[in-house]
Design a protein around this ligand. Structure first.
Ligand code: SF4
Ligand code: SF4
Length: 484
C-alpha cells in the first residue's frame, strides 16, 4: 500500500529518483526505479505502527537566514552548503580535526591509512569554521563536536576547546575512542579545565567479544567519573554482532550515572565498501533496536517509551513565545531518530513517561504557547500560571506520581527563565537515544534536507551529516581537496 512519495537516490549511480514509501507485512519500504539500474525495494522501517506514531511529529523547520549556497529547486543533494533549500539550522556542528588515528581498525574506511593521505585543517581554518557557525542566523550553532579520525591526536586540542568556548559555544564535545583518556587521567583533567562539556565515547559493548577495547573504555569512564566530566556512550549496533548487548550497555550506563549522561545507539549505516550481502545480514532498524532494548531490560524500558526528535519542537516554540527570541529548533526528520529519558532511582530505572503523560504534557505546552502569542507581554504571567496548572494534569495521568525532578526542570526553565536547568535535567537522568544514519539502501532526501547535524569544512561550508558520509559523500571531496 502506497503511503507517500519522496525523493531518493539510485543505490548504484546516485541519480536523483522519485521514491515511493509503501506499507506491507507490517513494515515500511522504500521503492524506486532507476532508468539505468532497475527497480529497488529496501526496508525503511520494520514496524509500521511505530512509523505512523512517529509520523505525527512531522515538523518542518525554517532553515537559516544566511545560507552559504543558493540552489535551484530539485537539485538537492548536489550542492550542499548549507543551501537556501535546507530546512533546519545547525544543532550540532562536527569538525573533523584530523584523519590520523591511534587505532588501526580494519573496518574503518575513513582513516589516514585507508585514504593514503593526511587531512588536518590548520588551527586558523578551524577557528574560521567555528566563527562561521556562531554567525549562523537566526540562531548561532549551540554545540560543536570535534571528531576525526581521532581528535586527541592533535597537540593543539586544548587550545581549540578553549577557543570554542571563547567564540561562544555553550556545548563543546569530543568524539573519541578514549585510548588517551584511559591512559592518562591528567589528560582528562586538562580536557575538563579547557572547557570540554561532554565526551562521546565509541563504546560497542560490555564484553571483549563485542568490544575489543572494553577495558580501556571502562578505565576512560572511571577517569571521567573521578574528574567530573560527562560521558555519552556511542555504540554502533550491528545485527548478530552486538545487538544482544543493548540492555547490558544501558545497565552499565545506569551503574555509572555519576559520569555517564546518555547512550546514543547508532544502527550501522552501510557506507564505504559494504556489499548488499553485508547489508542484508547486518542491517538493524530503529524499531528492531527498540524491541531489543525492551526485551533485554525485561520491559523496564519499552519501545513505546521512545519519541522522535521533533517531539520537543513545542517546547522551543513556547520558549520563543515567552522570550520573543528565536531558539534552536529540533526539526530533524521524525524517522531519523528516537529518544527517551530514564531516571535512575533507588527502585531502578524509570522512563520519563511513567512520571509524565508526555502526549498531554506537550499538548498543554502548545496551548500555553498559543495563549502567550495571543495575550502579549501583559498577560504573560497569567498565561504561564494557567499553563502550569494544565501541565500538572499530565503528571496526574502518568503511571507514577513522583515527578519532583521534572517539576524542578519546568519551574526553573519557564518561571525563572533559567535555561541551564536543562543541563541539571541531564545530570538527574540518563538519555537513551538512537539515530540511524542513512546509506544508499535507505536514502530519503526529505530526511537529509531537515538534518540538524552539519560538518563544517575549511572552505566555509556546512554539509549535512548524511550527505557528508553517504549519498554524494562530500567527506571524500573535502578531505582530498584540503589534504596536507
Ligand atoms: S541536503 Fe540541505 S544543504 Fe544539501 S543540497 Fe539538500 S537542502 Fe541543500
Ligand atoms: S545525520 Fe542523517 S539520520 Fe541524523 S538527522 Fe541528519 S539526515 Fe537524519
Amino acid at each position: 500500500m502506497k503511503i507517500k512519495t519522496t525523493k531518493t537516490l539510485c543505490p548504484i549511480c546516485n541519480a536523483i529518483l522519485e521514491g515511493t514509501i509503501t506499507e506491507e507485512g507490517g513494515s515500511i519500504w522504500l521503492e524506486r526505479s532507476c532508468p539505468e539500474h532497475g527497480h529497488f525495494r529496501d526496508v525503511y522501517w520494520s514496524d509500521a505502527e511505530l512509523w505512523h506514531r512517529f509520523e505525527r511529529y512531522d515538523s518542518e523547520g525554517r532553515g537559516v537566514e544566511n545560507p552559504n549556497v543558493v540552489n535551484p529547486p530539485g537539485s538537492c543533494p548536489e550542492n550542499c552548503g548549507l543551501c537556501s533549500s535546507h530546512k533546519s539550522g545547525t544543532l550540532l556542528a562536527n569538525i573533523d580535526l584530523t584523519n590520523r588515528c591511534n587505532l588501526d581498525c580494519d573496518f574503518c574506511f575513513a582513516n589516514a591509512r585507508a585514504c593514503g593521505f593526511i587531512y588536518e585543517p590548520s588551527f586558523d581554518q578551524i577557528v574560521g569554521m567555528m566563527k562561521m557557525l556562531r554567525s549562523q542566523k537566526p540562531v548561532p550553532a549551540p554545540a560543536v563536536q570535534f571528531s576525526g579520525g581521532e581528535p586527541t591526536m592533535r597537540d593543539d586540542l586544548m587550545e581549540l576547546i578553549r577557543t570554542a568556548k571563547e567564540v561562544g559555544f555553550p556545548q563543546v564535545q569530543l568524539a573519541t575512542n578514549g585510548i588517551k583518556m584511559a591512559q592518562d587521567i591528567g589528560y582528562v583533567e586538562e580536557l575538563k579545565a579547557a572547557g570540554l562539556s561532554t565526551v562521546y565515547l565509541h563504546f560497542d559493548g560490555v564484553t571483549k567479544e563485542t568490544n575489543s577495547k572494553v577495558k580501556s573504555d571502562e578505565k576512560a569512564v572511571r577517569n571521567c567519573e573521578d574528574v567530573g566530566l560527562g560521558v555519552v556512550l556511542v555504540p554502533t549496533i550491528i545485527k548478530g554482532r552486538n545487538d544482544h548487548e543493548t540492555g547490558a550497555i544501558i545497565r552499565y550506563a545506569a551503574d555509572h550515572i555519576k559520569a555517564v549522561r546518555g547512550v546514543n545507539f547508532q544502527p550501522i549505516a552501510f557506507t564505504g565498501a559494504a556489499s548488499e550481502e553485508d547489508m542484508q545480514r547486518e542491517r538493524i532498524t530503529i524499531p528492531e533496536l527498540l524491541r531489543g532494548i525492551e526485551n533485554q531490560t525485561d520491559g523496564v524500558i519499552r519501545k513505546s517509551d521512545f519519541y522522535p526528535v521533533p517531539c520537543v519542537v513545542p517546547f522551543t516554540d513556547l520558549v520563543e513565545a515567552y522570550t520573543g527570541q528565536p531558539q534552536v529548533k529540533f526539526t530533524t526528520h521524525q524517522h531519523c531518530g528516537a529518544a527517551t529519558y530514564v531516571f535512575i532511582t533507588d527502585k531502578g530505572m524509570v522512563p520519563i513517561n511513567r512520571m509524565v503523560d508526555v502526549e498531554s504534557f506537550f499538548r498543554s505546552i502548545e496551548n500555553m504557547t498559543e495563549k502567550l502569542k495571543k495575550g502579549g507581554q501583559l498577560n504573560k504571567y497569567k498565561s504561564l500560571i494557567e499553563g502550569i496548572r494544565e501541565m500538572n494534569e499530565s503528571f496526574k495521568k502518568s503511571e507514577q506520581g513522583s515527578a519532583a525532578q521534572f517539576w524542578k526542570l519546568i519551574g526553573k526553565t519557564l518561571v525563572m527563565q533559567n535555561f541551564d536547568a536543562l543541563r541539571d535535567f541531564h545530570w538527574n537522568a540518563l538519555f537513551i537515544g538512537t539515530m540511524h544514519f542513512m546509506d544508499r539502501y535507505n536514502y530519503d532526501i526529505s530526511r537529509v534536507q531537515r538534518c540538524c547535524i552539519h560538518y563544517a569544512t575549511p572552505d566555509g561550508k556546512l554539509i549535512p551529516f548524511c550527505t557528508y558520509n553517504s549519498g554524494p559523500v562530500y567527506r571524500e571531496k573535502v578531505w582530498s581537496t584540503h589534504r596536507k
